[in-house]
Design a protein around this ligand. Structure first.
Ligand SMILES: NC(=O)c1ccc[n+]([C@@H]2O[C@H](COP(=O)([O-])OP(=O)(O)OC[C@H]3O[C@@H](n4cnc5c(N)ncnc54)[C@H](OP(=O)(O)O)[C@@H]3O)[C@@H](O)[C@H]2O)c1
Length: 251
């Protein structure tokens, strides 16, 4: 089992990331949390300081990650704080509002930037830092939605699809360089992001169980992980439906 002692978490106040961080703290990790919302960030840091023991350090900062000119500085501040970085988690993301997607092209591009292009910018810097260390893991929350475009959320799906393909290529590039790249593809998770979705049924997962599965997959150094596992089979079926039929489905 790989032991992680120093973690950098982007989107630290996300429902899923908070659960990941709690596990990391239990396992003796020091954590640098990067959040956007100051109130949520302060509450998180306060909670983590109660949970940690004396050997662990909790730090962090509040920033909008769409300010890409700040990305390098954030990573070097985290590196200063932690000394070295064993694992980086990327959990930031937005679920676009469908009505706005249809009407506002600028909004579409903003969402794609937040979920994909700006995350890719960040990963590129992180990769170079980990390459200098000659080791490390990068864990990125993509989504099952990136596996096939659907009428109800194709902008979100397109951004996550872009991210997944980028990570696939990066993993391929880094295969012999001791850098582990893991693509996480959750299905429906009950968090702030999905709070407006009604009728949550049996396919829905809770963030704490998703976080446990992510840490388990990280320790096994998985490449791509569907969470819960059954989404791999659901998406396999979704992906093989011929386009002629698929375009007529209301998904
Ligand atoms: N929930 C699901 O069903 C589901 C399914 C598949 C994949 N995912 C992915 O899992 C990840 C975590 O999502 P979640 O479910 O835990 O939802 P969440 O609680 O809404 O977390 C999303 C996080 O992203 C942060 N964020 C958004 N835009 C940002 C920006 N420009 N700069 C910095 N931070 C920004 C949000 O910050 P604020 O707190 O300031 O808003 C929030 O902390 C996301 O990448 C999401 O796409 C979620």
């Amino acid at each position: 089992m790989v032991i992680y002692k120093r973690a950098l978490v982007f989107g630290a106040t996300s429902g899923i990331a908070q659960e990941i961080i709690k596990i990391l703290i239990t396992e003796g990790c020091s954590v640098y949390c990067v959040s956007r919302n100051i109130n949520k960030h302060e509450a998180l840091i306060k909670d983590l300081n109660v949970r940690k023991d004396i050997s662990q350090n909790i730090g962090g900062e509040v920033i909008d990650l769409n300010r890409i000119e700040e990305h390098e500085n954030i990573i070097y501040r985290a590196l200063d704080f932690l000394g070295e970085i064993d694992v980086v988690f990327m959990a930031q993301g937005v679920l676009p509002e469908h009505d706005k997607v249809i009407k506002e092209p600028a909004y579409v591009i903003d969402c794609i930037n937040t979920n994909a292009t700006n995350v890719i910018h960040l990963i590129t810097i992180v990769t170079n830092v980990l390459l200098e260390q000659e080791r490390g893991s990068i864990v990125v929350l993509s989504s099952v939605a990136g596996d096939r475009g659907r009428q109800s959320n194709y902008v979100y799906g397109c951004s996550k699809g872009m991210l997944s393909i980028f990570l696939q290529g990066l993993r391929n590039r880094l295969v012999n360089q001791n850098i582990h790249v893991m693509t996480v593809k959750p299905g429906f998770v009950d968090t702030e992001m999905t709070k407006d979705i009604q009728n949550k049924g049996i396919l829905w997962a809770q963030p704490d169980s998703v976080a446990r599965s992510i840490i388990k997959a990280l320790k096994k150094k998985k490449d791509i992980v569907y969470i819960p596992w059954f989404w791999q089979w659901i998406m396999l079926i979704i992906k093989v439906i011929p386009e002629k039929i698929f375009k007529r489905l209301s998904l």
